[in-house]
Design a protein around this ligand. Structure first.
Ligand code: S3P
Length: 177
């Protein structure tokens, strides 16, 4: 990663990071500002299956959910029009997904958050079954386990701590000049 941001005019902008980092809300602002479509992974998963993330998770299990998550990522990356993609927090867990991100040429931005900030923000939302038990402990473990993976896929890292959604979006859009 260099101090000069890589250009992203013709590339997808993919937001990755932990639950609560603000991928969806930042994605909305960036997509509107750059007049691009927004692909929000969890919303797309729910639209394509007609079921909620929780229903998929509870009836079919995590592995099934991860397969749909991977298909959704592949489909959105294949879109011809440069888009903003709010990837689900878990996409980096799979080596195939990480390879797909690298091969796509997308500009991947890690929205990095201090875990205390995530704990504060993430209430046990309906689409986050992973946080049903011990949300704080789970978030801390997941953040520690995943940090190297987010770093690995990222072309840029933007800290979200003490920044508004608009400020984070501005930082993400530096690649667009
Ligand atoms: C998950 C993140 C969630 C959702 C699911 C699993 C994860 O999405 O896909 O609960 O493993 O980090 P968000 O990152 O949009 O909250």
């Amino acid at each position: 990663m260099s101090a000069v941001p890589a250009r992203c005019d013709d590339r997808h902008i993919v937001l990755v990071g932990m639950m609560g980092a603000g991928k969806s809300s930042v994605g909305r602002v960036v997509a509107r500002a750059l007049q691009r479509p927004l692909f929000d992974s969890d919303a797309l998963i729910e639209a394509r299956t007609g079921r909620t993330v929780r229903e998929i998770w509870e009836r079919d299990g995590e592995a099934a959910f991860r397969r749909i998550e991977a298909e959704t990522l592949t489909d959105t990356l294949a879109s011809q029009e440069p888009a903003v993609i709010a990837a689900a927090g878990g996409v980096v867990l799979s080596a195939e997904n990480r390879a797909a991100l690298a091969a796509s040429g997308a500009h991947v931005v890690w929205l990095m958050a201090n875990v205390d900030v995530l704990v504060d923000r993430v209430r046990n939302g309906p689409h986050r079954p992973l946080l049903d038990d011990d949300p704080e402990g789970t978030l801390r473990t997941m953040a520690a386990d995943r940090a190297a993976l987010y770093q690995q896929v990222a072309d840029a890292v933007v800290s979200v701590d003490q920044r508004s959604v608009r400020e984070v979006a501005q930082a993400v859009m530096r690649c667009a000049g």
